[in-house]
Write a protein that binds this ligand. Structure first.
Ligand code: MN
Length: 415
């Protein structure tokens, strides 16, 4: 596939991708896609008639300031839009290629525009689906013998998060304050979190939901999933350790969660489907999935202190390490009749892998601060300090192209 828009082989956004997002232009929010180093204004393309064959009756498929309406129209339609885009931007198609007026209206340099929240997020759920992460954390908090809770190998564990504090990549995050208990004997104290952490995760958006009382079978989940983003589930470990029993995380998590701006569709990810893990315990039938249920997505976390512009790669992991996959997440979430709605977000949980290099949080990387990391500047890190920027990136790769997610960045500011 070749486009009249030129881009290099390492771009995250080749003709095979066409993710969806929202950008700000002249003070207005508009739905867009990415191709190489450019954003393509889809509202403008629609008004110029390029989506004539699949337009809504009122001609406003890309209406509004978020992807929600478009997402609610289902996966078949987003797949068609992707195919039409591949045709519009084909190097042999003169329609847009040879129309400088149209090109000027639709195509903008990506580094000159501001990306904003792509989705009006309804409910947000965070799973806990990496076995390695669950074991690492369990070992630190409960000891080696009780590392994995007995339910973990049977049921995808999750908690309900807070959608209102989800922010777009590039948003500064203020260090949270809260109650912690510095010593087992002493009283709790109040103040800024001293063990601020990131969690490397991927999330998916519900495109079309289900009615209350109904369920989504695992093998039909793909039809309900619009696409995926990178998620940084910021976590205050000292607050979490004191508050989490018996109901789970609360203020340790809900102050901020960062997401990447481009929603990559399952159609674009299709060539990178891969085998999941072997299930150690036989799962209940509603959690069975056919075929290759997961994706081979490279994940990286970098950290940059205020002393340097240089990024230090602190973690390399892969989405395929997850024990439970997205289909199981959606099937499990709805098995009791819980409804889901367009724009709901479900995150995977921290994605750690089998090697030390693939640990997806500072908690694990520094083993609760006992093995600090040395940055190239000579500074040491046990957790995230004020002024640190955390950058996560994700992409699939074969010999011909990459399907990428761009990145999610966030800087911690003092409180
Ligand atoms: Mn999490």
């Amino acid at each position: 596939m070749k486009s009249f828009i030129e881009y290099g082989k390492s771009t995250h956004f080749p003709m095979e991708n066409f993710p969806f997002g929202v950008f700000e232009y002249n003070g207005e929010r508009r739905i867009c896609t990415a191709l190489g180093g450019y954003v393509i204004d889809l509202k403008e393309l629609e008004e110029l008639g390029y989506f004539h064959d699949i337009m809504d009756k009122d001609g406003k498929l890309f209406r509004g300031t978020s992807l929600n309406h478009f997402m609610s129209r289902g996966r078949v339609l987003s797949g068609e839009v992707r195919k039409i885009l591949q045709n519009i931007f084909d190097e042999k198609n003169p329609l847009l290629r040879d129309n400088p007026v149209h090109r000027n209206r639709c195509i903008h340099q990506r580094n000159k525009v501001k990306m904003v929240m792509p989705v009006e997020i309804g409910d947000y759920t965070d799973f806990y689906s990496s076995r390695e992460h669950a074991i690492n954390v369990g070992e630190m908090f409960r000891g080696k013998d009780n590392a994995l809770m007995p339910n973990w190998l049977h049921i995808p564990i999750a908690y309900h998060g807070r959608s209102g504090s989800i922010v777009i990549s590039g948003t500064d995050v203020k260090r949270p304050k809260g109650q912690t208990k510095p010593s087992p004997e002493g009283p709790p104290v109040f103040g800024p979190c001293k063990q601020l952490d990131f969690e490397l995760e991927m999330g998916f958006f519900v495109g079309t939901g289900n009615e209350q009382g109904e369920s989504i079978p695992a093998d039909e989940a793909d039809e309900h999933i619009f696409g995926m983003v990178i998620v940084n589930d910021w976590s205050a470990r000292d607050i979490q350790a004191w508050e989490y029993q018996p109901l789970g995380p609360f203020l340790a998590k809900n102050f901020a969660t960062s997401i990447s701006p481009w929603v990559v569709t399952l159609d674009a990810l299709e060539p990178f489907k891969t085998e999941g893990p072997k299930f150690e315990k036989e799962l209940l039938p509603y959690l069975h999935t056919k075929g290759n249920p997961t994706y081979d997505i490279h994940l990286e976390v970098g950290i940059k202190s205020e002393m340097s512009e240089e990024m230090f790669i602190i973690c390399k992991s892969n989405y395929k390490y997850l024990y439970y996959n997205m289909r199981q997440h959606l099937a499990h979430h709805t098995v009791n009749g819980c409804n889901t709605r367009t724009g709901d977000m479900m995150a995977s949980g921290t994605i750690s892998g089998p090697s030390k290099e693939s640990r997806g949080s500072m908690l694990e990387i520094t083993w609760r601060g006992t093995e600090p990391v040395k940055l190239p500047t000579g500074e040491e890190r046990k957790f995230i300090e004020d002024g640190d920027t955390v950058v996560m990136t994700a992409y699939c790769e074969n010999k011909d192209f990459r399907i990428g997610f761009g990145e999610v960045t966030g800087k911690i500011i003092s409180n």
